[in-house]
Every structure is written in structure tokens, then in C-alpha cells.
Write a protein that binds this ligand. Structure first.
Ligand code: AHR
Length: 502
């Protein structure tokens, strides 16, 4: 089976922004406690952070990190998480039926971010709180000095402001599970009011309004239209969230998950542009795809087991999905979708980072290791630089139960003319057959293959586990070669590939 692709540096989709390779850390399960923070661990530094995890996060190449939730943020009082640690209250986290000790808060997390080299993106609570508390947090974070909240930050040990640029106006407010869930109209009003006030305080910030928590919500489309009709002039982004899983053994649809992500993005862009057109506005609203991943939500690992008014564990094991090769192939394909929409998806956050549906796993007192999904993220983040290119892809198709006829191969390519570096990302969705792809790279001029990495396995269910931490990784694809401006490569069944050219 053959496919072909033409890479033309003259036709760009848009610049691939570093913010596309963002992550997300929520106070959820063992993400913060026993994940990034474990003072008793042999690798812990003086601040109690695991250095083995810090190294892996650095290797992953994460730009911005969204914090502190997620569903958690809708019941969170940020003031609880600052000031002397011994005075911080223990609080109920209704979202995950847990106890939040507040041992790690804004200051500690920001210290950790400096260690991993990532930037902070904050979400404000629009579930149980509103404009006033959002303003106080913004003042605490971004005002240099001279007012109550700014001086409080300084007294708490941080002279320089945190300088947080990106702010989420709540989280998944369309979801009935959200503490403080609202109608589109109600959310639109509070988000717009809060956005206006926050910008009065700091005009340099970027604001993200909540879009739908999935393209399959009953309010999808109408939610975005209503929210943007109110908030268009006051926000920069509308969010998208999407999680995919293999359902009922339907691997064909699962492998085509990126088709759904493509449609989701294009529909939200169309809706945003419709609102802009009605207003006669020149402004464009972009997408912050601030939660995306493969997640076996149907299993909802352990969440339902924790109940009872007397049962609020600290950092229980929740949502600790272990990813397979097939999961990582879909994951890599979702990154292809993000790159192919780089003109309008200008920020994204992988949900999440450590232990909780994360590419990195840890054991208390024990090792930290890379899940299968670690590899496509790290390679795409490192190789996708410059501009995303429009591709002409010809490939066989197959019929999937959920999305109809879909391409057997998916691809994205980037080109950085200053550095003369190109990258091609490819997925073979066939469960049976290898596909040979010919990539016409003649228009890139003198260019050679610098590196090739393919993620595939005889057993597409293979995983990296505590017992076998390095079972799966990428390998060089020795079939790849360039001759006379034509790159050929064979992609094994259910595989994801990254090629670096220069
Ligand atoms: O990432 C896990 C959860 O998924 C987040 O808390 C929430 O925003 C989404 O529903």
C-alpha cells in the first residue's frame, strides 16, 4: 500500500507557537503530591521536588503549564495555598473527593516551574467564586508592589511578580459535573465581567474563555456562540477540551480520533468567525486546546470508589491510565492535528503530566518512568519548529464506524527557514499493513535526513509499567532515505513516525 505527500515551504498554515507544547498540572490524585513533590524521596531536592521527575519534564519539552485545575479549580481558594505552610488550611476538594493539604501552592509551584523551565498559565475559580477573587489573585501575581495583595506576595517571599500572562476564565463551566456549573448565558456574563476587570488591572494578559468540555456535549456549538457573543472583545481565546479512548474494541475509529479533533477545531473556528462576522469585527479569536489526551474515561480509574462524608483521602491513586503503543499512536496523531491547525490553535496543554493521565509515572520512594505517550510529545515538541506547512496528501482510505471514510495515513510537516530544518510527522492507521510513503521534498532544496523515529510494536497493546519501564520506546526507521528530492519511508501498522531533515 502506498501513499504520497508533497512538502512545499511556500505554502504555510501558520507559525507553530511554542505554547502549542504546553502541559497541565492539576491538584488531582498523585499528580502534585507523590508525583512532582515528594520530600522523602531519595531524589528530592531541598524544596521537596523529585529531581528525576524534573529531568523527565525537561526532556519532554513543555512550554506553558496550566495550573491548578481542572475541576479542582472550581472549588479552590487561592489564598489557602500561600503564606506560612504550617498555617495553611486543609480543605475539601469536592471535584475529586479528596483532601487538599495546600502544602504545595502558588509559590512552590512557581519554584518548580523555574526548575523545569516552563511558564505558568493560571485558571481562576468561576465555580464557587467570581470577579473579586480573580482580581485579587491577579493583583497578587502580577502587580510589582505597593498594594495589599502585592505586598502580601512580597511578605510571602517573592519580591518579583509572577508575571502570569495567560489566564483561564474558569474550567469546563458547561459540564454538569463542574462545581458551579452554569448555563452558557450565565457563564458568558461572569466571564465577560471578570475579563473586563482583569484587563483593567493588567492590560498585558491573555484571556481564555471556556469553550465546550467536548465536541459531544449537548450544548456544543451554541455554547461557543453564546459565550463569544458576550465576550468577543474581552478575550483572546476560546478553549477546546477533548479526550479519546478505544471503545468496545473499535480500534479503527480509535485510530481515527484525530479526524474528530480536526472537525472539532474547524467547527469552533467557524463558530468564532461567525460571531466575529456578525459583529463586523476584524479581531480573530484563537483556540487554546487546553486539555487533550487519550484517557479511558469509561474506566474513570478509582474515582467512583471514593465516597462518604468521612472519607477524603490525601493524594489517592486516581486516573492513573497506563498507555499502550496504540494509545501513543493516536496521541501522536492528535499532535499532528494541532500542528495542522497552527494558524488558529495557538496554545494547547496536554492533560496531564505526572501520574494522572500523564506521560510520566512515578512510584513513591521508587522510580519515575516514561509512558508510551512520552515519546511523541517529546519528539514533536523538539522537532516541530518554524511554520506548519499545507500538505498535499494522497493515501488509501478505510471506513471507520464513528467517522466514516478516513485516510489510512495522516501527516504534518514543519519548516524553519532560518535554521533550514524541516520535520515530517506520519501515522499509519492500518492495523494490518505497512504503508510506504513517498514525500516529495524537492522544493526544500538541498536537504538530508538527520533523524528518524518510529513508534510501533508487534503487540500494539505493549506498555511501559513499573515492572517493565522500558518495554516500549521509539526506534530509528532504517527504511527512510532521500534520493533525488524524494523521501521514502515504510510505516509499520499502527505506528507514529517523526523525521528530522536539515
Ligand atoms: O484532566 C482531568 C479532568 O478532565 C479535568 O479536571 C477536567 O477539566 C476535565 O474534565
Amino acid at each position: 500500500t502506498d501513499a504520497s505527500l508533497t512538502v512545499d515551504p511556500h505554502y504555510a498554515v501558520g507559525e507553530v507557537k511554542r505554547q502549542l507544547f504546553g502541559g497541565f498540572v492539576e491538584h488531582l490524585g498523585r499528580h502534585v503530591y507523590d508525583g512532582i513533590y515528594e520530600p522523602g524521596h531519595p531524589s528530592a531536592d531541598a524544596d521537596g521536588f523529585r529531581q528525576d521527575v524534573i529531568e523527565l519534564v525537561r526532556e519532554l519539552g513543555v512550554s506553558t503549564i496550566r495550573y491548578p485545575g481542572g475541576n479542582f479549580v472550581s472549588g479552590f481558594a487561592w489564598e489557602d495555598s500561600v503564606g506560612p505552610r504550617e498555617q495553611r488550611p486543609r480543605r475539601l476538594d469536592l471535584a475529586w473527593h479528596s483532601t487538599e493539604t495546600n502544602e504545595v501552592g502558588l509559590h512552590e509551584f512557581s519554584t518548580w516551574l523555574e526548575k523545569v523551565g516552563s511558564e505558568l498559565m493560571l485558571a481562576v475559580n468561576l465555580g464557587t467564586r467570581g470577579t473579586k477573587e480573580a482580581l485579587e489573585l491577579l493583583e497578587y501575581s502580577n502587580l510589582p508592589s505597593g498594594t495589599d495583595r502585592a505586598e502580601q506576595r512580597i511578605a510571602n517571599g517573592r519580591t518579583e511578580p509572577f508575571g502570569v500572562k495567560m489566564w483561564c476564565l474558569g474550567n469546563e463551566m458547561d459540564g454538569p459535573w463542574q462545581v458551579g456549573h452554569r448555563s452558557a448565558e450565565d457563564y458568558a456574563k461572569i466571564a465577560t465581567q471578570t475579563a473586563k476587570a482583569m484587563r483593567m488591572l493588567d492590560p498585558g494578559i491573555e484571556l481564555v474563555a471556556c469553550g465546550s468540555s467536548s465536541a459531544h456535549m449537548p450544548t456544543f456549538g451554541e455554547w461557543e456562540r453564546t459565550v463569544l457573543t458576550h465576550a468577543y472583545d474581552d478575550v483572546d481565546y476560546i478553549s477546546c477540551h477533548a479526550y479519546y479512548e478505544e471503545k468496545d474494541g473499535d480500534i479503527g475509529s480509535f485510530l481515527a480520533s484525530a479526524v474528530d479533533m480536526d472537525r472539532f477545531i474547524e467547527t469552533v473556528v467557524a463558530t468564532a468567525d461567525h460571531v466575529g462576522a456578525v459583529r463586523g469585527s476584524q479581531k480573530k479569536i484563537n483556540i487554546s486546546f487546553d486539555e487533550w489526551n487519550v484517557w479511558y474515561q469509561s474506566r474513570f480509574e478509582n474515582v467512583d470508589k471514593i465516597e462518604g462524608v468521612d472519607n477524603w483521602p490525601v493524594a489517592p491513586r486516581l486516573l492513573e491510565d497506563i498507555y499502550s503503543v496504540a494509545d501513543a499512536v493516536v496521541f501522536g496523531n492528535l499532535m499532528i492535528s494541532l500542528i495542522n491547525h497552527a494558524d488558529r490553535v495557538t496554545s494547547a496543554s496536554l492533560a496531564q503530566l505526572v501520574n494522572v493521565i500523564g506521560p510520566i509515572m512515578t512510584e513513591p520512594g521508587g522510580p519515575a518512568w516514561r509512558q508510551t505517550t512520552f515519546f511523541p510529545f517529546a519528539l514533536t515538541s523538539r522537532l516541530a519548529t518554524g511554520r506548519a506547512l499545507q500538505l498535499k496528501l494522497d493515501a488509501p482510505t478505510y471506513v471507520s464506524e464513528q467517522y466514516g471514510e478516513v485516510s489510512l495515513v495522516d501527516a504534518a510537516a514543519t519548516y524553519d527557514d532560518e535554521a533550514n530544518r524541516a520535520a515530517v510527522f506520519l501515522v499509519n492507521r492500518s492495523t494490518e499493513e505497512a504503508v510506504t510513503v513517498t514525500v516529495d521534498v524537492a522544493l526544500l532544496g538541498e536537504i538530508s535526513l538527520l533523524e528518524s523515529h518510529t513508534l510501533a510494536d508487534e503487540d500494539r497493546n505493549a506498555k511501559n509499567t513499573l515492572e517493565n519501564q522500558e518495554r516500549v520506546s521509539t526506534a530509528e526507521n532504517t527504511s527512510a532515505r532521500i534520493q533525488d528530492g524524494q523521501l521514502t519511508i515504510t510505516l509499520p501498522p499502527v505506528s507514529w513516525t517523526a523525521l528530522g531533515l536539515g
